[in-house]
Design a protein around this ligand. Structure first.
Ligand code: DAH
Length: 342
């Protein structure tokens, strides 16, 4: 067999193999056996000694042309195999975006939070500003400046956790009133929502941790009529136009006169039912005209300024608004309860 036939034989064999190869590693293996250092075509170069000297340049040229031709065929085949592999991977990893998936669990706003939002909306609409104060409060603001001196009997109903003799977990949001009055000049028009604490046993209407919304207005010529108008607007906004307010005389050390405020029962609209124990009214807040003594202690001139204040129990109005029968439901985090507010 002359050398030309050998070259042609290697070439044909290589091309035949090439068509059969289906994996990139096998292709590389084929390249090595033909074109590698110890490959069959390379081996022919080494046997050049047996070729007649005048033929050597010609034979060298054939071998090189064949090598180039095979190299480019091998590269083409490699590119085709790579493209196939990519296509297969794209198909294998394709995601069916139309496939139904389990819905994510989305939480809902706690009823207390949504009622608080509504209350704040209402007062902001009336020109009030929202102010917050600390939950760990000085006795000075929680009691003293509100005209509840040490040993005053009003402290009995507001027993709380004492951090030391002068520091308490605040028992109401009223200290925020004192903080604002001692640092600002009238006119003042604020609402102060927040968490409060008392040494109360847990039952259907009591919790040692609950929430209040304090209100305070101080300006010249503020009268009880302003208090009534404000709370009336609040009640109608929150529960409906047919809801009225009723003021009953009461006592708080920091207001004079003081009033307990009832709203028309949301449930029977005043006719009398189980919720309002047949009276047609439901008690929702404490209020009054700021005691001149408190104004004075806070550095506001009572001969020039007057004001009103109120304190709303948030849980109370949330329970009334949604007909929630037991306060504990609001703190237990039971999803069966919370889901209902979606
Ligand atoms: N701080 C009172 C309490 O927690 C509620 C209250 C009553 C607040 C009358 C007031 C008010 O601002 O004027 O029982």
């Amino acid at each position: 067999m002359d050398i030309q036939e050998q070259i042609a034989g290697i070439r044909e064999a290589c091309l035949r193999e090439l068509d059969k190869v289906s994996a990139l590693q096998d292709l590389e293996q084929l390249r090595v056996t033909v074109l590698g250092k110890k490959g069959s075509l390379t081996g022919l170069l080494r046997s050049m000694g047996q070729v007649a000297p005048e033929l050597r340049p010609k034979v060298g040229q054939w071998i090189n042309q064949t090598r180039e031709a095979l190299e480019s065929r091998l590269e083409e085949r490699a590119a085709a195999l790579k493209a196939q592999a990519l296509e297969k991977r794209l198909q294998d990893e394709a995601i069916d975006v139309t496939e139904p998936r389990p819905l994510p669990r989305v939480g809902v706003q706690h009823p207390n939070s949504s009622v608080l939002d509504q209350v704040i909306d209402c007062f902001v609409g009336l020109g009030f500003e929202v102010v917050e104060g600390p939950q760990i409060e000085l006795d000075h603001f929680n009691f003293e400046l509100l005209n509840i001196p040490k040993n005053h009997p009003a402290r009995d109903a507001q027993d709380t956790f004492y951090i030391d003799d002068n520091t308490v977990l605040r028992t109401h949001t009223s200290p925020v009133q004192a903080r604002v009055m001692t640092t600002r000049k009238p006119p003042i028009r604020i609402v102060c929502p927040g968490r409060v604490f008392r040494a109360d046993e847990v039952d259907a209407t009591h919790s040692p941790v609950f929430h209040q919304i304090e209100g305070l207005v101080i300006d010249e010529h503020i009268t009880m009529a302003d208090l009534r108008g404000t709370l009336d607007a609040f009640a109608k906004r929150l529960y409906g136009k047919d809801i009225a307010t009723r003021f009953r005389p009461s006592f708080f050390p920091f207001t004079e006169p003081s009033a307990e405020v009832d709203l028309t029962c949301f449930n029977c609209r005043g006719k009398g039912c189980r919720v309002c124990k047949g009276t047609g009214w439901i008690e929702v807040l404490g209020s009054g005209m700021v005691n001149p003594k408190v104004l004075e202690m806070c550095g506001i001139d009572p001969s020039k300024y007057s004001g009103f204040a109120f304190g709303i129990g948030l849980e109370r109005i949330t329970m009334l608004r949604y007909g929630i029968p037991d306060m504990r439901l609001m703190y237990e985090g039971d999803e069966r309860f919370l889901r209902q507010f979606r």
